[in-house]
Design a protein around this ligand. Structure first.
Ligand SMILES: [Zn+2]
Length: 137
């Protein structure tokens, strides 16, 4: 590709270091970008994407603060509404299963504790009908 010399205006190959007509050196932005430079830009772009993704994605269930403790789980009683259970855990939980059969809507919510511990509560038409937990402390 040819670019215009900034000094004399002649067309100069972008691979040359300076203008063959007047000797004016070509500026870096006039030259063909080296391949390594493009790789560097691409790498920087990917790095930024990864950082953004990490910052924006929700925290892992087993990270810092657990949603559920054993005492909270013990306070959940069959017959409670979803909003009662939500208040008990002080967390919305995660809807992991939802189905509807013969007019009965069944939903299973899970709340996470430390290190893989979790509990779930099964609701039918918004009322707790079952609960189970693994490893809560
Ligand atoms: Zn020139």
């Amino acid at each position: 590709m040819k670019v215009k010399c900034l000094n004399c205006g002649e067309k100069v190959l972008d691979s040359s270091d300076s203008c063959p007509y007047c000797g004016e050196p070509l500026r870096w932005y006039q030259k063909k970008l080296p391949f390594s430079f493009l790789i560097m830009i691409l790498g920087l772009f990917i790095f930024l994407m990864v950082v953004l993704f990490t910052v924006l994605s929700p925290s892992h269930p087993n990270s810092t603060e657990p949603d559920a403790t054993l005492s909270e789980f013990s306070s959940v009683n069959i017959g409670m509404s979803y909003s009662d259970v939500r208040k008990t855990f002080d967390s919305y939980g995660e809807l992991i299963s939802q189905s509807e059969l013969a007019g009965i809507k069944t939903e299973i919510y899970v709340w996470y504790g430390y290190l893989g511990a979790n509990c779930n509560v099964t609701f039918q038409n918004g009322i707790a009908v079952g609960k189970a937990q693994v490893g809560l402390k």
